[in-house]
Design a protein around this ligand. Structure first.
Ligand SMILES: [Zn+2]
Ligand SMILES: [Zn+2]
Length: 400
């Protein structure tokens, strides 16, 4: 393992020129331009101009909380000077898509086009774009804009923008008006600052889930500075949890999984976890008491957390990234005895998202997934809720 992978990403805390260079330069593994020479032809240049114009795009939308999807045309704006136009190839299904579509977090704006894990090909670049050329691969995650000027944005925490992050779907669209539409669609237009560079040669479909599941679990590993040899607990091993295992194993940590699905125990070990247990295994909980340096809870619903808080060492932290609901079962007396912290974390900044993509490429990590077609979205939603996903459903937009 290289030293760079073990180091905390100091770059993320810097402001000013370093940050701008990082965002614009992309990573060392970033894609080489593939099609720049093609622009030499007049016809190609004309095509390029056309791709920058406003367009109607095929999408898959739900009109109510039933979770059923149907084709729908949506508008994508004309690309501005700093925008890139991405032809979406793969979009994966995050549990947040399901919570939003079902109205679990309040009634969304219908028609709703979810999707905040997408990878595709750049087919158009505005005149001032410096990070991409046509033919590059690019990804878009959970955000498409933020103010760029507040304290949090300047610290590369665009997801915590004090003036309101623009999320990729069901968010006020401050550029075009209306609401934003996500990745269950054939094309997206986004400022280059919120597009991620995807290195050539990787499994593009397996990289889509890095845009939310990957960064959501990588950010706590980075922020709480998980070190090689430290014990890292993962509670729940679905889309987020299986990325947490792979990323922490690549960091050299000793990973232990707690799952409710018996068949996932073998999977956890195949992903590199040292141990894996069922939640109901009381002997395992007793054996692991006060033994963890960091834990991450990826379970997408509220559940009594204290039995896992008890597994942390003194002064250590449980980071909840799954349940965006009132926390259940945290017990003040027990947390006091163990002087443990319960923390929240939500996705990660753009620079940090680029870092997890590059980290995954370097270590040969991608999500485990099953490819589906757009007409299977509704069925896949049900399977995710029933814990049947192994471990992400990726919608193949190339065949749509
Ligand atoms: Zn997500
Ligand atoms: Zn801001």
């Amino acid at each position: 393992m290289c030293q760079a992978c073990n180091d905390k990403i100091e770059l993320l805390t810097r402001e000013g020129a370093d940050r701008r260079n990082f965002l614009r330069g992309g990573a060392a593994l970033a894609a080489a331009p593939l099609a720049a020479s093609a622009l030499a032809g007049t016809a190609a240049a004309q095509d390029s101009q056309n791709t920058l114009e406003a367009s109607e795009v095929q999408a898959w939308a739900t009109k109510d909380t039933s979770g059923s999807f149907a084709p729908q045309m949506i508008k994508r704006r004309a690309a501005g000077p700093k925008d890139v136009v991405i032809e979406i190839m793969y979009a994966s299904i995050c549990h947040s898509d399901i919570h939003t579509a079902h109205g679990d977090w309040g009634m969304p704006s219908f028609p709703l086009v979810p999707g905040h894990e997408m990878v595709g090909r750049v087919i158009g670049v505005g005149a001032e774009v410096v990070k991409f050329r046509e033919g590059d691969y690019a990804g878009v995650g959970c955000m498409v804009d933020s103010c760029g000027e507040c304290e949090n944005c300047r610290a590369d925490r665009e997801q915590n923008c004090l003036n309101g992050t623009t999320f990729t779907y069901n968010s006020e669209d401050k550029v075009s008006g209306g609401v934003t539409y996500g990745g269950y669609s054939k094309k997206i237009v986004v400022t280059e600052d919120f597009a991620l560079r995807i290195p050539p040669g990787v499994d593009l479909a397996g990289f889509a889930p890095l845009l939310c599941a990957g960064i959501t679990t990588f950010s706590p590993i980075n922020h709480w500075d998980l070190k090689p040899g430290e014990r890292f607990g993962v509670i729940g091993m679905g889309g987020l949890g299986h990325m947490a295992v792979k990323l922490a194993v690549a960091k050299g940590a000793e990973v232990v999984v707690f799952t409710t699905s018996e068949d996932k125990i073998a999977d956890a070990k195949a992903f590199g976890a040292k141990e894996a247990y069922l939640w109901t295994d009381e002997a395992a909980l007793a054996k692991n008491r006060a033994s963890f340096d960091l834990m991450v809870s990826t379970v997408p619903v509220a559940y009594p957390m204290q039995q896992f808080m008890n597994l942390l060492k003194l002064d250590k932290t449980m980071v909840n990234v799954g349940a965006l609901f009132p926390i259940e079962g945290a017990q003040g007396m027990l947390m006091g005895f163990g002087r443990q912290s319960l923390a929240g974390s939500m996705i990660g900044g753009i620079a940090e998202t680029q870092a997890v993509i590059d980290f995954a490429a370097h270590h040969g990590i991608a999500a485990d997934y099953e490819m589906i077609s757009p007409d299977q979205i509704g069925e896949a939603f049900k399977k995710v809720v029933n814990k049947e996903a192994r471990y992400r459903y990726v919608i193949d937009m190339t065949k749509a």
